[in-house]
Ligand binder design. Structure first.
Ligand code: AMP
Length: 282
C-alpha cells in the first residue's frame, strides 16, 4: 500500500493502473477511520482491482461555527486501518493542493439539498458536491463507495453523477453500528460518558420506527411522533429534525407508498449526530 499527499502522485499511480486495464474503486473519507469506513473499503476491495481511499477534512463543507478545527485527525491510525483492509493507495489530500489560490468554481445542487441537513447546514452540500466532483476528477474511479449513514449525501451524490453525466457507479453501503446500536461516527469521540449513553436514543428511535413500519403502519406522522417522543424523553437530546422523505428526491412524504427514508439529526449536548432507516431495508 502507498500513501501520498499530492494530486500529481495520485494521477500518476492511478494512470499506471488504468493503462493495465485495472478497475478502480474509491472511498472518500474525512479520516479518523472506524469500522464504518472499513466496510466501504472491504466492499471496494471485493469489486475492484485497485482501491483508493482519500482522507480530507474538507473546509468547504463546514459552516461558520462548526467543528472544522476540532474535527479529529489520526494519520497513523488511518494508514494502518487502510492497510489492514487491503487498500492500495491512500491519498491524504492537502488544503493548498485541493484549493489553489484564487479558487472560485463550485458544484451546487437544488431541491435535494434544501431539506434535512441542508436546512441547518446551508453551505454543507455545496462543499460536498464540489470536493467529491474534484476527487472524482483526480481519482477517476469506476466505482465510488458511500455509507447509508449519510443518506442525504448518498442521494445527493447519486443525483450529481446522473445530472452531470459522471462516469462513476455510486455504491451505497449499510450503516455499521456499535454493539449497543449507536451508528459509528468519527464525531462519537466528542461525547462524554453520560452523553454516550444518552446518544442511544437515536438508534432506539430508529428501532421504534422500523417496528412501526414492520407492523404495517403507513402514516408517516404517526411513526415520526413515536420516534420523536422517545428522543424528547432524554434530557440531553435536542432534535434538529426527524423526518420522512422520498428516498431519491429528499422531499417530505406523508404516507409510505414508495420507498421512504426516515432520517434524523439530534444534538446530544453540543454534538450533532445523525441516523436513519430506509423502509426498503426493514
Ligand atoms: P466521513 O469520514 O464521516 O465523511 O465518512 C466517509 C464515508 O464513510 C461516508 O460515505 C459515510 O457515509 C461513511 N460512513 C461513516 N460512518 C459510517 C457508518 N457508521 N456506517 C457506514 N458508513 C459510514
Amino acid at each position: 500500500m502507498k500513501t501520498v499527499d499530492t494530486i500529481k502522485e495520485v494521477r500518476e499511480i492511478v494512470n499506471q493502473q488504468k493503462m493495465q486495464g485495472k478497475t478502480v474503486g474509491f472511498v472518500p473519507t474525512m479520516g479518523f477511520l472506524h469500522e464504518g469506513h472499513a466496510s466501504l473499503i472491504d466492499k471496494a476491495r471485493q469489486q475492484n482491482d485497485f482501491v483508493v481511499v482519500s482522507v480530507f477534512v474538507n473546509p468547504m463543507q463546514f459552516g461558520a461555527g462548526e467543528d472544522l478545527d476540532s474535527y479529529p485527525r489520526d494519520k497513523q491510525h488511518d494508514t494502518q486501518l487502510c492497510q489492514e483492509h487491503g487498500a492500495d493507495l491512500v491519498f491524504f489530500a492537502q488544503v493548498d493542493d485541493m484549493y489553489k489560490k484564487g479558487f472560485c468554481s463550485y458544484v451546487d445542487m437544488d431541491i435535494l439539498t434544501k431539506e434535512l441537513c441542508g436546512l441547518s447546514r446551508p453551505v454543507h452540500f455545496r462543499g460536498v458536491c464540489t470536493v467529491v466532483n474534484k476527487l472524482f476528477n483526480i481519482v477517476t474511479p469506476n466505482r465510488a463507495y458511500f455509507g447509508k449513514k449519510d443518506a442525504q449525501q448518498l442521494a445527493v451524490i447519486k443525483r450529481m453523477v446522473l445530472d452531470l453525466n459522471m462516469n462513476v457507479e455510486v455504491v451505497g453501503c449499510p450503516i455499521v453500528r456499535e454493539s449497543d446500536g449507536l451508528a459509528k461516527s468519527s464525531r462519537n469521540i466528542y461525547l462524554s460518558a453520560e452523553e454516550r449513553k444518552a446518544a442511544l436514543v437515536l438508534s432506539q428511535a430508529i428501532k421504534i420506527g422500523m417496528e412501526q413500519v414492520k407492523g404495517g403502519e403507513t402514516d408517516c406522522k404517526k411513526i415520526l411522533d413515536k420516534m420523536k417522543q422517545h428522543i424528547e424523553n432524554e434530557p440531553l437530546a435536542k432534535i434538529d429534525y426527524v423526518k420522512a422523505v422520498d428516498c431519491d428526491t429528499m422531499q417530505q412524504v406523508a404516507e409510505i407508498k414508495q420507498p421512504v427514508l426516515f432520517a434524523m439529526a439530534v444534538y446530544i449536548g453540543s454534538t450533532r449526530l445523525i441516523d436513519n432507516f430506509y423502509t426498503e431495508d426493514v
